[in-house]
Ligand binder design. Structure first.
Ligand SMILES: Cc1cc2nc3c(=O)[nH]c(=O)nc-3n(C[C@H](O)[C@H](O)[C@H](O)COP(=O)(O)OP(=O)(O)OC[C@H]3O[C@@H](n4cnc5c(N)ncnc54)[C@H](O)[C@@H]3O)c2cc1C
Length: 306
């Protein structure tokens, strides 16, 4: 019986494990090894590691955890989780079953770029999802924003405001833009191209958007906020409340609606937050917060009635 099983070994899960390890708790981290920013060469906005390769951050984190003998990090995939506070059981894809008194779900999200030829494989390398993560690197560059969502026209306006005066909004077919938005795009010099996109070619820094009518648009960078889904459905299986956007509802202490189960990082959201803000630093902070409060709960359980 572990004290805690952490599912997911990204920034959120490893940070939670560090807290538990330092409190001498027996903790098992099970990790599928596919963090969300894996396709990117660099990660930004993590103080002291700005521009660092995401894989190196994880390697450093794992090396630090190795100093704590009660922490075990295991490669694997958790397929089911069940039970209740003080006795949870998780089953791994290899059939192993492990038990723990508490669970931390830090399984992240998966991006699903549009199935336009050449787009999925460039997502994260030349095709960026987030102006906070990669906007600075696109300063002064020729940009395209690819989206079929009217609300995402705001992304084109944003990058035109912050980073470039040459932005083209590519809607891959007709898009019903509100009059006010269309007016602002015009005022800011953002051209809208609604011709369907045939494919994307080129290298990071020199991309080409090929349209169905044969036109080709050369761009130094492309933005595409891909639809996302949860990486795992373990929270729902445990009975945790899931918010309409698919994230796991947590409170200010990262605890889910099921006692003994916390969630951290991209998978978790406070209901009051309008949009999931998903960043490495916030995931790491969530993991620490989840673990600190869960540690207190474990301690109080062990102490018994006072
Ligand atoms: C292309 C791209 C670039 C980005 N760049 C930046 C950036 O520059 N700066 C920044 O702050 N943020 C960036 N982000 C966001 C950042 O990647 C996430 O916010 C961060 O990775 C969230 O950490 P996490 O631990 O919650 O989830 P993740 O890092 O996604 O880790 C989740 C882990 O859980 C594992 N897992 C999932 N299900 C299971 C299961 N059933 N069993 C076992 N393991 C499982 C996964 O394999 C994965 O290893 C970027 C995102 C993308 C898509």
């Amino acid at each position: 019986m572990y004290d805690v099983i952490v599912v997911g070994g990204g920034p959120a899960g490893l940070s939670a494990a560090l807290v538990f390890g330092r409190q001498r708790r027996r903790v098992l981290v099970v990790d599928g090894g596919r963090v969300r920013n894996a396709p990117a060469d660099e990660m930004h906005m993590y103080l002291s590691r700005d521009g660092f390769p995401p894989s190196e951050l994880l390697a450093l984190g794992r090396a630090e955890l190795a100093a704590y003998p009660t922490v075990e990090v295991r490669a694997g995939s958790v397929v089911t989780a069940r039970g209740a506070k003080e006795d949870f059981a998780v089953e791994l894809a290899d059939g192993t079953v492990e038990r723990a008194r508490r669970l931390v779900l830090a399984t992240g999200q998966v991006d699903e770029p549009y199935r336009i030829e050449g787009l999925p494989e460039r997502f994260g390398r030349g095709v960026f999802h987030c102006p906070f993560c990669h906007g600075w690197e696109t300063t002064g560059k020729t940009l395209a924003v690819i989206t079929r969502e009217p609300a995402e026209a705001m992304l084109a306006l944003y990058v035109a405001d912050r980073f470039s005066d040459d932005v083209v909004l590519c809607t891959d077919g007709p898009l019903d833009l509100a009059d006010g938005v269309a007016k602002k795009l015009g005022e800011r010099g953002v051209r809208v191209v609604s011709t369907p996109i045939a494919r994307l070619t080129g290298e990071p820094g020199a991309l080409e958007v090929h349209f169905a009518d044969g036109e080709v648009l050369a761009r130094e960078a492309v933005y595409h906020r891909a639809p996302t889904r949860q990486h795992a459905s373990l929270a729902a299986g445990l009975g945790c409340e899931i918010l309409p956007d698919g994230t796991v509802r947590v409170d200010e202490l990262q605890q889910t609606t099921v006692p003994g189960v916390a969630a951290a990082g991209d998978t978790a959201k406070l209901p009051a937050v309008p949009d999931a803000v998903t960043l490495v630093s916030l995931g790491a902070a969530d993991g620490v917060r989840a673990a600190v409060w869960m540690e207190g709960d474990l301690f109080r359980s062990d102490l018994g009635e006072i």
